[in-house]
Design a protein around this ligand. Structure first.
Ligand SMILES: NC(=O)C1=CN([C@@H]2O[C@H](COP(=O)(O)OP(=O)(O)OC[C@H]3O[C@@H](n4cnc5c(N)ncnc54)[C@H](O)[C@@H]3O)[C@@H](O)[C@H]2O)C=CC1
Ligand SMILES: O=C([O-])CC(=O)C(=O)O
Length: 358
């Protein structure tokens, strides 16, 4: 009894002394992950999630939102800059998830080992006048390196890819995984949830209802005309005039640019994107947990069209995107939009594939 009490006191002293040193932070690439390990043992059951690009505009808010998600038991924050500060900050939130920080490529492997879900908001954002494709030059290489790390350290993790241009970065990730022999198309998901959030918001404004009551399927891809809202399939069933359809489609397709211009050089959507990424990650975790009927739109490897990748409604389960739904009946306006979307998407997919194959 006495020995047990002394052991408990020793453990408490060890924990206190651990916190006199930089908390929850791995200092060297090869050093065993810090003292927070002892707390992880007592942590809540749940999933291990890594955010790559965690110190960025999206990454910081997303770190906050996943720290307060009860399905997350361990949260790894990785970036090439500033993770010590973000990790210390987020780790003080009194929720169950244990937070650990990782800085620089030397720590990528430890950041990824054992993860169930990896969310990637790493890379540069747009400035006014740029297209998402203008980010390809820098972000393609970043996504390639991070996916090589995933193939090596957590090949079975579900990957949520946010970095733009999503239409090309998802094919890049797929090629990296194929090369490594780890590709499972169900586990690679391009995040298009923000397009759905915007569509729900703008449609609700037009209908004069609460956005939480609205569900707009958005298919295709994640750039300009490839973003195709299916207004004929809105729930609750609604009809729109030709002018409303034109206004809503344009606004949804240009939602990202609207934010880029309003931020006037200070980046692109971060807060709404972190919300969307947290919502999508939560759905993936609920699927992993075995919950039934979890459906989200996502940009995935698909046979819904003749293109190898396409955003559509997917059912999320233990294996990732377990079912991809057909587009359903389209009206004339949407059929024309689909042809435009496919034409642009084909080039973006090809560009991503060639980046790895060249
Ligand atoms: N899929 C979508 O709907 C959306 C995608 N995005 C995209 O998300 C990306 C990130 O946007 P923000 O957070 O606003 O940018 P940001 O510049 O604020 O943050 C990006 C973070 O990535 C980090 N980073 C750079 N290279 C890295 C590497 N090799 N490994 C790990 N981290 C690295 C940076 O250090 C930075 O902290 C951009 O490409 C942006 O276009 C943005 C909004 C919506
Ligand atoms: O517009 C951008 O560059 C960022 C983005 O993908 C979005 O907000 O949808």
């Amino acid at each position: 009894m006495e020995a047990h009490a002394a052991g408990g006191a020793n453990q408490r002293i060890a924990r206190i002394s651990a916190h006199l040193h930089p908390p929850n932070f791995q200092e060297g690439g090869d050093v065993a992950i810090n003292k927070a390990n002892c707390r992880a043992k007592g942590g809540a059951p749940g999933f291990k999630v890594a955010i790559l690009g965690a110190a960025g505009g999206i990454g910081q808010s997303l770190s906050l939102l996943l720290k307060i998600n009860p399905l997350v038991s361990v949260l790894h924050l990785y970036d090439v800059v500033n993770t010590p500060g973000v990790t210390a900050d987020v780790s003080h939130i009194d929720t169950g998830a244990v937070v650990r920080g990782f800085l620089g490529q030397g720590q990528l492997e430890n950041a990824l080992t054992g993860m169930d879900l990896v969310v990637i908001p790493a890379g540069v954002p747009r400035k006014p006048g740029m297209t998402r494709d203008d980010l390809f030059k820098i972000n393609a290489g970043i996504v390639k390196t991070l996916c090589e790390g995933i193939a090596k350290s957590c090949p079975n993790a579900i990957v949520n890819l946010i970095s733009n241009p999503v239409n090309s970065t998802v094919p890049i990730a797929a090629e990296v995984f194929k090369k490594a022999g780890t590709y499972d198309p169900k586990r690679l998901l391009g995040v298009t949830t923000l397009d759905v959030a915007r569509a729900n918001t703008f449609v609700a404004e037009v209908l004069g209802v609460d956005p939480r009551e609205v569900d707009v399927p958005v298919v295709g891809g994640h750039a300009g005309v490839t973003i195709l809202p299916l207004l004929s399939q809105v729930k609750p069933p609604s009809s729109f005039t030709a002018e409303e359809t034109e206004y809503l489609t344009n606004r949804i397709q240009n939602g990202g640019t609207e934010v880029v211009e309003a931020k006037a050089g200070a980046g692109s959507a971060t807060l709404s994107m972190a919300y969307a990424a947290a919502k999508f990650a939560n759905s993936c975790l609920r699927g992993l947990k075995g919950e039934a009927g979890i459906v989200e739109c996502a940009y995935v490897d698909s046979q819904v069209t003749e293109l190898p990748f396409f955003a559509a409604k997917v059912r999320l389960g233990r294996g990732g995107a377990e079912e991809i739904y057909q587009l359903g009946p389209l009206n004339e306006y949407e059929r024309i939009g689909l042809e435009k979307a496919k034409k642009e998407l084909a080039g973006s997919i090809q560009k991503g594939v060639e980046f790895i194959k060249k």
